[in-house]
Design a protein around this ligand. Structure first.
Ligand code: ADP
Ligand code: MG
Length: 461
């Protein structure tokens, strides 16, 4: 007897927009429309007096009541509390993300019936605490999180299956070396992947958690605000309501410039108006350093992997901001290759997550051949110790970044005192050699050392 498998969903929990996809009967992914009838839901949360509102309405409320709306909380994942208080209380970021996930889940349930199993995606550059916070947000929203996968990995699966270089069961037809360039609303992510048969290996990842479409919007905000200041003597950026309205205008102008070569931005503040013409060329000049920053990251990644553009078989564009013509131009210019734009860049991640959720579900249900997704650690993993010569804190890297996971590593340390019975091992992620800026991710105590060992006994960790 076989019953219909429970619906699984893939969730692209974005910094600015979130997208949910499920699998059709045919096995192909499909974006689920939200209750408002849109393909994507703004990742904004409005705390009204007695209820929490997520999405488009929250984004509107941000204009008139910015103090009650949280946005871009994904950038704060892993911190204990969001910077911005809501009515005097600072909320944990995962609680805010859970509110978004709850809305996404409810909207999915409107179309699919009861939904529990989900795969949620995160930027490849997310460290362990941020991934864990994402898991927690899923659980708080009542989801069973089957797995968390990197957004570029999900995108590669979606492109692979839908563009036909991967079969419906997830098997690559020939070996591929793929670069996924993902420029979203608030984060930039670039990943190099190898596809061989059913094995997807992320070989190297890099990115910038503080760079995205919002930075392009702000350049237009500054451009218009400077004009306003010149004409009327006040700065609309000082007023939170005007700032939000201008930011909205700026985003609209930016989107329009992806299809047209010039726009007029109209904006009113304190009942005085400005009209500013902006051409695509001017916009590209205003933001060329931002675009350049993404290319530095791409080139650094290729250097790390000891590859050149010529070695790549495919370039995938992911994220809504890759709709800006400047992105495709610079990538094609630098690589001498054409980029793959066969999928809608802002749905690819959710589609890949849904496909992966389906593979996982089948893998756990039957001896079905399922997909193997291998990852690398995106930050150095090391332990903190005290350097003998200087008595200073030192970090020793045990698993360098971009090592294939799972990984093992051994390193020996020496005890400081005679008859030392235990050694505390502080495991950290990232940071520099003195341990500065490292994120503590765990601590363990080796506490069963035999008695009466002399000082400087070797302990292997
Ligand atoms: P995220 O996953 O980071 O939330 P998305 O991939 O959904 O982001 O991309 C959102 C970003 O894409 C926003 O900054 C939005 O302004 C931008 N964007 C969407 N469509 C366009 C377009 N046509 N032209 C330029 N930018 C766009
Ligand atoms: Mg995204």
């Amino acid at each position: 007897m076989s019953s219909q498998p429970a619906p699984v969903i893939g969730i692209d929990l974005g910094t600015t927009f979130s997208v949910v996809a499920s699998l059709e009967r045919s096995g192909l992914p499909q974006t689920i429309l939200n209750a408002e009838g849109d393909l994507s839901t703004p990742s904004a949360v409005y705390f009204e007096q007695d209820q929490v509102v997520v999405g488009k309405e929250a984004l509107k409320a941000a204009v008139y009541e910015p103090e009650s709306v949280l946005q871009h909380v994904k950038r704060e994942m892993g911190k204990p509390f969001c910077d911005k208080p809501i009515r005097g209380t600072r909320l944990p970021p995962e609680v805010v993300q859970a509110a978004i996930l709850r809305k996404l889940r409810q909207d999915a349930e409107n179309r699919l019936g009861n939904v529990q199993d989900a795969v949620i995606t995160v930027p490849a550059f997310f460290n362990e605490p941020r991934r864990k916070a994402t898991m927690d947000a899923g659980r708080l929203a009542g989801l069973k999180v089957l797995d968390i996968i990197n957004e570029p990995t999900a995108a590669a699966i979606a492109y692979g299956v839908q563009a036909g270089f991967v079969s419906a069961s997830g098997e690559a037809k020939q070996a591929e070396k793929i670069l996924a360039y993902d420029l979203g609303g608030g984060t930039f992510d670039v990943t190099l992947m190898l596809l061989e048969g059913c094995q997807y290996t992320a070989v190297a990842t890099d990115g910038d958690v503080q760079l995205g479409g919002i930075d392009w919007d702000r350049r237009i905000v500054d451009f218009v605000a400077e004009h306003y200041l010149e004409q009327h003597g006040t700065d609309p950026r000082q007023d939170p309501v005007s700032f939000q309205m201008l930011l909205q205008e700026a985003e609209d102008a930016k989107r329009a410039l992806s299809n047209r070569t010039s726009v007029t931005v109209r904006f009113a503040h304190q009942s005085k108006r400005v009209q500013v013409a902006l051409t695509r060329e001017e916009f590209e000049a205003l933001t060329s350093d931002l675009l350049q920053r993404t290319m530095f990251t791409v080139e650094r990644l290729l250097r790390t992997a000891r590859l050149r553009f010529d070695d790549l078989t495919r370039l995938l564009l992911v994220g809504g901001s890759t709709r800006m013509p400047m992105v495709q131009q610079i990538l094609e210019q630098a690589s001498g290759k054409s980029v793959d734009r066969s999928l809608s860049p802002d749905e690819a991640v959710a589609h890949g997550a849904a496909l992966y959720a389906g593979f996982l579900q089948r893998g756990s249900r039957a001896a079905d051949r399922s997909l193997v997704v291998k990852n690398v650690n995106s930050h150095d993993l090391g332990v903190l110790g005290i350097e003998k010569a200087t008595g200073m804190k030192r970090r020793r890297i045990m698993i360098p970044r971009n090592t294939k996971l799972p990984a093992r590593s051994k390193s020996s340390f020496v005890t400081r005192r005679a008859n030392q019975r235990s050694v505390a091992v502080h495991v950290v992620e990232g940071g520099d050699d003195s341990g500065k800026n490292a994120t503590p991710i765990g601590k363990c105590l080796v506490s069963d050392l035999p008695a009466k060992l002399p000082a400087k006994t070797q302990v292997v960790v």
